[in-house]
Design a protein around this ligand. Sequence first.
Ligand code: ZN
Length: 238
Amino acid sequence: MNTHLNLNHINQQTVLTVYAHADDEVLPAAGTLRLMSQAGWNVHCLILTEGNLSSSLVKGTRHQEAEDAGKIIGATYEFYALEECNFSTQAVIKVVEEAIKNSHPDLIITHAPQPEKYGHRDHEVCAIAVSNVATRRNIPLWYSAPPVFLRGFEPNFFVDITSVIEEKIAAIGCYESETNKTFMQLDAILVLSRFWARELGQKEGYFEAFEISRQWVDASFFTALAQSKNKLKNSMVF
Ligand SMILES: [Zn+2]
């Protein structure tokens, strides 16, 4: 399909994240995004809403907090003002199509689709719309872990973020207006990061988990794997 587009951007890969609210991106993916920006990727975060229905008292607070987080992650942000709890899949599709036209992403990361009774309605609508676009455009797509209630999320790709855990914590800390949320608490963040490590049989370290929805690779993927030192210890004991 449009894979030739990637040849034009071969020197700098771009990851586009699409999330409903500012702060949705840092909790599940700040470490991975930081690793990508360190590796020279262009990291672009798209936020669909203003976040006014959340705990933020001052309009625009979360946008400023996002910009601050972006400085730590190495990400740029783009904000839209879709109406919280009321935007349609069509509205999201339009926004994402436009963003793809501008940034030519090599990878998109978004919310994991979950049944509405478990997840946030906005997350679900966003996930469905982004999945639709990524499939039609043949763009690799990963789902990130939900903030709470992991039901329906089936992680199959784990990223070792141990080297950037401090930056992840700092990025989350930028969202001061959201600190009353239990899943934004430091111990909860560390426990979940350790939980994913435990799933891999790792006695130490911190991980982020993703579910690959679609992904294609070429020969360079295997070259990179062969060149990397796989530090994961095969220590899984049941
Ligand atoms: Zn959210």
